[in-house]
Design a protein around this ligand. Structure first.
Ligand code: ZN
Length: 460
């Protein structure tokens, strides 16, 4: 008997698990009859539109770079709010956020020896400046932090140049974040890095950096890939390298910015929310077209198209344009704080922040059951081949909501070229393709609409 029951139990478990598999297969298949036609309408509307991309052109050309603390950013936010009201969004407002204010000021790096040359450069966000007359010193070129630690005896009083080749962003960005700390610990007077990017046309990349308590703060800036390589070759030949670095960079007391909020209210459960988002701030160079004006406009346009087509989901779809992602993520942190009690009602938070290139799918951070549902929704994106769902989320803003248990998701794109332009003067609208942008819009529209409309909320 016991054996029989054990077998029976196993059989029941087997039956049950195949039932679950069948249930998932049924769910995946089930979404098609209910949603494929609506998904196709959204895809068709998005891919045949010029409106969203033209709006992105206006954002880029009219306001340019939208750095935290700048008038450009606040003007752009005012414009977004006014346009969203015109679109017919509800609950359109800015939510106040306390933000840091770093000011670049004038800056230059001049090669004095072995031959004079002005070096294209960008100070790194948060860096201190130099004295008014600049810092003039010999340069020690190293390929890594380890090499600097071995050659500390040579580093005192010098400017360190970290010529670290780009592997992946995640790996290489460490030299940008911590280069000034390592240089100061070795007794150097300033720190330069080879820009963090795989390709360059004399385009230095800026980005955030950090100091460490108890370690002297030295100026920290990026040179172009070409010049870092040239200086490295000169050093290898034993030539003396001397640079004058001038930076007016400084930090002002905190100021205020705003997250942009705009809702398409759900008809059945308006208190439950699906967020689609990008970050409205950028670095203070270029136009912030791909980082992240494109993500903002794709999220915004996705929801505008739902309204235009009369597709009203059960739950609220909320467009959020985060402020201060680049040098603080204070916008998302403030949203998580202000809406803490309400995060239980946030069903999903989606962000586009890898450029609006051809979309391939999403990265999803949530429960296994939630993943099954997202994969089923992904199948609806087959017409634009954008439904591949992977584990994990790279959206820096939406990741701040996981403290409240909110599943987080980023739009995955073919981002091979993203780091060519990222944080440079060349992050401008001409690098983007309207059709690729439109497919990003289509993808976010389908994903957000269907998740907001499913009878049951996404499993946590
Ligand atoms: Zn970004």
């Amino acid at each position: 008997m016991p054996v029989y029951w054990q077998c029976g139990g196993m059989f029941t478990r087997l039956l049950f698990s195949s039932f679950l598999t069948l249930a998932f297969a049924a769910l995946a298949a089930d979404l098609k009859p209910a949603y494929q036609a609506k998904a196709n309408r959204l895809i068709l509307a998005a891919t045949n539109s010029t409106f969203g991309f033209q709006r992105l052109e206006v954002l880029c050309d009219r306001f340019g770079a939208r750095f935290t603390g700048s008038k450009n950013l606040e003007d752009a936010i005012d414009w977004c709010l006014a346009e969203m009201k015109r679109d017919g969004f509800k609950n359109v407002h800015g939510e106040k956020v306390k933000v840091p204010r770093w000011v670049r000021g004038k800056e230059s790096a001049t090669l004095l020896l072995p031959r004079p040359r002005p070096l294209p450069m960008l100070g790194l966000g948060g860096s201190v400046g130099t004295p008014k007359d600049g810092i003039e010193a010999d340069v020690l070129v190293v390929p890594s932090f380890e090499e600097l630690r071995k050659r500390t005896a040579e580093a005192k009083g010098k400017i360190i140049l970290f010529n670290v080749p780009f592997t992946s962003y995640r790996e290489t960005v460490i030299v940008r974040r911590l280069g000034a700390v390592e240089a100061a610990k070795a007794g150097a007077v300033a720190s330069l890095i080879r820009s963090v990017g795989p390709f360059s046309m004399q385009t230095p990349h800026t980005g955030n950096m950090a100091y460490e308590d108890g370690v002297r703060k030295v100026p920290h800036a990026a040179l172009s890939l070409e010049d870092a390589e040239m200086l490295s070759r000169m050093a290898a030949r034993g030539e003396r390298i001397r640079i004058r670095l001038k930076m007016e960079a400084h930090t002002l007391p905190d100021g205020f910015s705003r997250n942009v909020i705009a809702d398409l209210k759900g008809w059945e459960k308006p208190e439950e929310i699906v967020i689609v988002s990008g970050h409205i701030d950028s670095w203070d160079v270029g136009q912030g077209a791909m980082d992240d004006g494109g993500g903002c406009l794709a999220a915004w346009e996705a929801v505008r198209l739902m309204m235009k087509l009369g597709l009203k989901p059960r739950r609220t779809v909320r467009v959020v344009l985060w402020t201060n992602e680049e040098n603080g993520i204070r916008g998302a942190k403030e949203y998580a704080r202000r809406h803490a009690a309400d995060l239980k009602n946030h069903v999903l938070a989606i962000e586009s922040d890898s450029g609006v290139f051809n979309p391939t799918g999403y990265g999803f951070l949530g429960s296994a059951k939630g993943m099954e549902t997202i994969q089923a929704v992904g199948k609806l994106l087959a017409p634009i081949k954008a439904g591949e769902i992977k584990k994990g989320c790279r959206g820096a803003d939406v990741l701040k909501l996981i403290v409240g248990g909110v599943p987080a998701m980023h739009l995955e794109v073919e981002r091979e070229k993203y780091f060519w332009y990222h944080h440079t003067d060349a992050d401008t609208i001409d690098k983007l393709d309207r059709n690729e942008f439109n497919r990003c819009v289509a993808s976010m529209a389908v994903m957000a609409y269907v998740v907001a409309d499913l009878p049951e909320p996404l499993a946590r």
